[in-house]
Design a protein. Structure first.
Length: 142
């Protein structure tokens, strides 16, 4: 058996290991990189790191690190807060309706709460008159 056979097996094992790492990084949204301490130049960027940050690995020239894409986790963490805000807005409007508040007050609260839920935008509420025209009944914002 030649001395190249163990080297070829090691090279194949290394390539397989690198492929597994690349696939794992792709599936988990993580990437790895290296930065030269003196120059602070990125010397290595995994394919997933390059994809996540739009980095060009061809321009790189070593602090070694890894990154994790937490975009989906942050969105999932924010969802209960968003839903709670929407439910609180609905409760405030429903409380006015249950108290028998005048329509103008209810409509005013509806547009105010909608503006808050949507992110402090201008909101208006219109009533269709049935004859092709509409009347503004409430507005909130600029």
């Amino acid at each position: 058996m030649s001395s190249k056979a163990p080297e070829n097996l090691q090279s194949a094992a290394l390539r397989r290991s690198e492929a597994y790492l690349a696939e794992t990084q792709r599936l988990t949204g993580t990437g790895s990189f290296a930065i030269a301490v003196e120059s602070r130049a990125v010397t290595y960027s995994s394919a997933e790191h390059s994809r996540l940050y739009g980095f060009d690995p061809g321009g790189s020239v070593e602090i070694v690190g890894t990154i994790v894409d937490v975009t989906e986790r942050r969105a999932a963490e924010a969802q209960p807060v968003r839903v709670a805000g929407e439910q609180a807005a609905l409760r405030r409007v429903a409380t006015l309706v249950a108290a028998g508040a005048p329509q103008a007050d209810v409509f005013g609260r509806v547009v105010e709460e909608a503006a808050r839920v949507l992110g402090d935008v201008d909101v208006s509420l219109w009533r269709e008159e049935g004859d092709g025209t509409a009347t503004a009944v409430a507005a909130f914002g600029g």
